[in-house]
Design a protein around this ligand. Structure first.
Ligand SMILES: NC(=O)c1ccc[n+]([C@@H]2O[C@H](COP(=O)([O-])OP(=O)(O)OC[C@H]3O[C@@H](n4cnc5c(N)ncnc54)[C@H](OP(=O)(O)O)[C@@H]3O)[C@@H](O)[C@H]2O)c1
Length: 210
């Protein structure tokens, strides 16, 4: 059975999944890179390059890819406000994005699909979360669908009861402003088995399994 999964989704202690003031150069606004420093320190992030540490953060990051056949993301993850006015914009990850599957971007400004290197093809959808999931599931060919973010889209899919597994990483910083993950999701823990793992890096991995 194909599942819907969220991985490596970082939030501040006060629950923000991104900062305020996202621009082309500042993908996380005033949060800068602070939500993901724990991830940049892992061996997984370093890939074929030497360096990075093993341990609990590394183990969690590695669950991002296996079994995933498609990704759904929001327009705000795909690019800065206004990207849709730039016909050349093909996302924030360069020519070979790290998704390597069909990748569906939820947007009110759909455009023709774009094939990237490495197996990523961007498709643009103006659809409800349930409709988008149905489309992505077909493309995933029996594999799981990852909800890639940002916080608005993760929140919408959780609120619609569409997420089977969610890995949230609580980073010990206070952002104070930005886009919140948890608004409107009061009591969701009742629908999941919740487990927490503290890492020596200072982050806490919280998993929600339906
Ligand atoms: N913390 C993390 O681990 C993590 C992970 C990924 C991304 N991020 C960050 O999160 C930020 C983006 O998050 P966000 O919450 O601002 O935005 P988002 O969740 O990426 O996207 C929300 C936008 O997607 C479009 N959209 C959403 N649902 C739709 C639907 N059903 N139909 C059509 N369009 C739909 C709308 O944009 P339009 O109306 O403009 O089309 C909406 O404003 C970025 O800063 C990114 O770097 C954080």
């Amino acid at each position: 059975m194909s599942r819907t999964r969220v991985h490596n989704f970082a939030i501040s202690l006060d629950g923000f999944g991104t900062g305020e003031g996202q621009t082309r150069d500042l993908h996380f606004g005033h949060a800068g890179e602070r939500l993901h420093e724990w991830m940049f320190a892992t061996r997984w992030w370093h890939g074929d390059e030497p360096g990075g540490s093993g341990g609990v953060d590394d183990v969690f990051t590695r669950q991002f890819d296996p079994g995933i056949g498609a990704e759904i993301m929001g327009a705000g993850k795909f690019g800065h406000p206004g990207w849709h006015e730039d016909p050349e914009w093909t996302g924030a990850w360069g020519p070979n994005p790290p998704f390597h599957t069909p990748t569906f971007i939820l947007t009110h400004h759909p455009r023709p699909s774009v094939e990237m290197e490495g197996g990523t093809t961007y498709h643009f959808l103006d659809a409800s979360p349930a409709e988008a999931l149905e489309t992505a599931r077909k493309a995933a060919n029996g594999k799981d669908v990852r909800i890639g973010g940002g916080p608005t889209v993760v929140r919408d899919f959780v609120a619609a009861g569409l997420v089977d597994y969610m890995h949230v990483v609580v980073v010990p910083i206070l952002l104070g402003r930005g886009v919140r993950l948890w608004d409107g999701l009061e009591g969701i823990e009742a629908d999941y088995r919740v487990e927490s793992t503290s890492s020596p890096s200072g982050v806490t991995h919280v998993t929600f399994t339906r």
